[in-house]
Design a protein around this ligand. Structure first.
Ligand code: IVH
Length: 677
């Protein structure tokens, strides 16, 4: 028993350490697979010995449903908002006010203003007790069970501190895109921006739902007085040491010029950041000075928010175009007069769906306010009603598919209108584009235009037709030269080696995104596992819900899908997962067992890391330098000294086992080894 509890403690410590490195130091301590293994071992032990399971365990992030709604809590100190400034003059005025009040030199901490929601977190002897939203600033809602699901929020600190910290819960762009994509596929209304999506996610009564959203957190305020922390700079450093994620991009400034340089820098990098910021927060560094400056009724005098100007403009709606997506969903897009927003020219704005057009009453001919939503896709904020020309009519969605003229359907509870004709050309072309896309089979050179002309020419009606294309056929297409035709044939052939997860994603099954495809493929292992899986089986896979399980089973039940798979199988596609669960550590076994590889140069169909991973999966070994004992040198484009060395070894010793493989030969070898195991 004490062995078990010792191991549990060790696992908790290891996982906590990994989480800390990942969320605070922004680096991975161990590969994901190993992390998953540790996590699983801990969960299994805790299941076997329920007495040893504790609330601070990394496995205990998701708890029960809050049936009654959230309770109100009073904040230890009011959670105020900041005064806003918008110009250089206003910053100068802020600094001047402070420097006259404190009579002396002042240092300031500048931080990014993360666009999320303010959260307070309470720790007792290092353990997370409870957390709350800002609410009206005086009382907030206690949302501990939801906050616990945010992996960036430590359940246990690295020292037994009793403190309150505050910070911003936010939704990274990657999570936002994924959620809206899932919602679009499910016909649910989309979130307008990451901030709204974060707010909605924190208000879920079921923490399991919050957990799925992928929220993150940055700590920015140390609330409980402490002798060790006398400045904001120290607070940020100490919080990171305690295990909180602290945004590393803060800066200590001493002059207005330095503050302005920071703002300019932040404005410049904001589009590259993986989360939204809406400005910069400037805080007096010393806490003693902060107290001296005090508060107004609404906000502290020692800090201000410099807000970036909203990126809005006005333009006329010239037309509303309809496009039919892969799943048949009909999406309207407004074509607008070109207008310059934040340095780029915008001529289209997404309308998401019919409801949005109706709610905002957007009509062709209207003057509208357009805005870059979190700098992602421009959207229409509102119609300038005063400027509506005479004779406009409310926009009506068509009753029939704009491409194939089939009647459109709307499923119960869905917002999106769909074309349900499986033969709709728009859906077919979109399906081919999706299949070839980077996250799926990654067929370079097969974009929108080529897919469209392959379909129009009758060469490709369905995915398997791709694998029967010849260079001669491709040359018949407009704007297709010999070189690109040759490249395309090669890229299509190379995609045969893509693992099952990419194929599964590429098939474009409703609700099945990239991540879910990987999870499912890893669990079922190969295509036969997929073809025979039942809803129950699929649903038992972590993170796969009943709707998705049903969607997968429905897909593979159709004769068209079965025929598609049969043809792809015949054409020699790999159809096994990269890391099947059952054979997680193939290690020394596998078709390439005992063979050593060196990969050099640039590969065009897969990254070097992917290539190396596939070799290892097949049991092979990867080394860094070529020697007489190397079995294969995989030489990509622009291979240099390693290739020269291999050629020399072969010249000196023609009997050497060493073989030099082109990328094509390598891909063929991988495909061969995948079918032989
Ligand atoms: S300090 C007294 N620092 O901006 C308020 N706030 O109105 C102290 N925010 O409600 C807030 N990033 O939600 C601070 N680095 C940062 C921030 C930040 C985002 C939010 C916060 C606050 C609002 C200011």
């Amino acid at each position: 028993m004490s062995d078990v509890s010792g191991r549990i403690e060790e696992l908790k410590r290891l996982i906590r350490e990994c989480d800390y490195h990942y969320h605070v130091l922004d680096e991975s301590l161990i590969p994901d697979v190993e992390y998953d293994q540790l996590y699983r071992e801990l969960r299994n032990l805790e299941e076997a010995y329920p007495d040893l399971a504790t609330a601070d365990s990394p496995t205990a992030r998701i708890g029960g449903v809050v049936a009654e709604g959230f309770t109100k809590v009073t904040h230890s100190q009011p959670m105020l908002s900041l005064g806003n400034v918008f110009s250089r003059q206003e910053i100068e005025a802020f600094v001047e006010r402070i420097e006259t009040a404190v009579e002396g030199s002042v240092s300031y901490v500048c931080e990014l203003k993360i666009d999320g929601l303010a959260i307070a977190l309470h720790y007792q002897s290092g353990e997370l007790q409870w957390g709350a939203t800002r609410g009206d600033g005086y009382t907030g809602e206690e949302i501990t069970s939801n906050l616990r699901t945010i992996r960036a929020i430590p359940l246990q600190l690295r020292a037994p501190e009793t403190i309150e910290v505050r910070g911003e819960a936010y939704l990274p762009h990657a999570s936002f895109t994924r959620i809206n994509h899932e919602r679009m596929e499910a016909g649910e209304p989309l979130f307008a921006n990451p901030r709204n999506a974060a707010a909605g996610s924190l208000r879920q009564l079921d923490p399991g739902l919050t957990a799925k959203r992928g929220l993150a957190f940055f700590a920015y305020a140390w609330v409980t007085p402490s002798e060790r922390v006398a400045t904001q700079a120290e607070a940020l450093t100490q919080m990171a040491e305690l295990g909180f994620p602290v945004n590393p991009k803060w800066k200590l400034c001493h002059t207005v010029e330095e503050i302005e340089q920071y703002i300019e820098w932040a404005y410049g990098v904001r589009e590259q950041l993986p989360y939204d910021i809406d400005g910069v927060v400037i805080k007096v560094n010393e806490f003693a000075m902060q107290s001296k400056l005090g508060f107004t009724a609404k906000s502290p005098r020692f800090a201000v928010a410099y807000k970036f100007a909203a990126e809005q403009g006005e333009a006329r709606v010239l037309d509303i175009e309809l496009s039919v997506g892969r799943t048949g969903a009909v999406t309207p897009t407004a074509m607008i007069e070109p207008v310059s927003l934040a340095g780029t020219t915008v001529s289209r704005a997404t309308l998401h769906n019919e409801d949005i057009i109706r709610d905002k009453d957007i009509r062709i001919g209207d003057l509208v306010v357009v805005q870059k939503a979190g700098d992602i896709i421009p959207e229409i904020v509102r119609v300038v009603i005063e400027a509506r020309p005479e004779g406009t009519v409310p926009f009506a969605m068509p009753t029939h598919c704009p491409v194939c003229s089939e009647r459109l359907m709307r499923e119960e509870g869905e917002v999106a209108l769909r074309c349900v004709n499986p033969g709709c050309p728009a859906k077919r072309v979109e399906a081919i584009i999706h299949f070839a896309s980077r996250g799926a089979m990654n067929i370079e050179g097969l974009g929108e235009m080529v897919a469209e002309s392959l379909y129009q020419s009758g060469l490709v009606q369905d995915i398997p037709d791709l694998y029967e294309l010849t260079q001669a056929q491709l040359l018949l297409l407009e704007r297709m030269g010999e070189k690109s035709a040759d490249n395309l044939v090669r890229a299509i052939a190379a995609s045969k080696a893509q693992p099952l997860e990419r194929l599964l994603f590429g098939l474009g099954i409703r609700l099945v995104g990239e991540k879910a495809a990987t999870t499912v493929a890893t669990h079922v292992g190969d295509i036969d596992g997929l073809l025979t899986a039942t809803v129950e089986e699929l649903q038992s896979i972590p993170e796969i819900g009943p709707k998705m399980a049903q969607s997968i089973v429905d897909y593979f039940a159709t004769p068209a899908a079965r025929e598609r798979i049969a043809r792809l199988r015949e054409q020699g596609l790999r159809m096994t997962a990269l890391r099947p669960k059952a054979v997680a550590s193939q290690g020394e076994q596998g078709p390439l067992a005992g063979k050593s590889f060196v990969v050099t140069g640039t590969l065009s169909t897969l990254s070097r890391a992917d290539a190396e991973q596939q070799i290892v999966q097949a049991g092979g070994k990867v080394t860094g330098s070529v020697s007489a004992r190397t079995d294969y040198l995989v030489a990509g484009e622009k291979a240099g000294s390693k290739l020269t060395k291999a050629q020399k070894i072969l010249a000196d010793n023609p009997d050497s086992p060493l073989r030099i493989l082109s990328e094509e030969a390598f891909v063929a070898l991988l495909a061969e080894s995948a079918t032989s195991d």
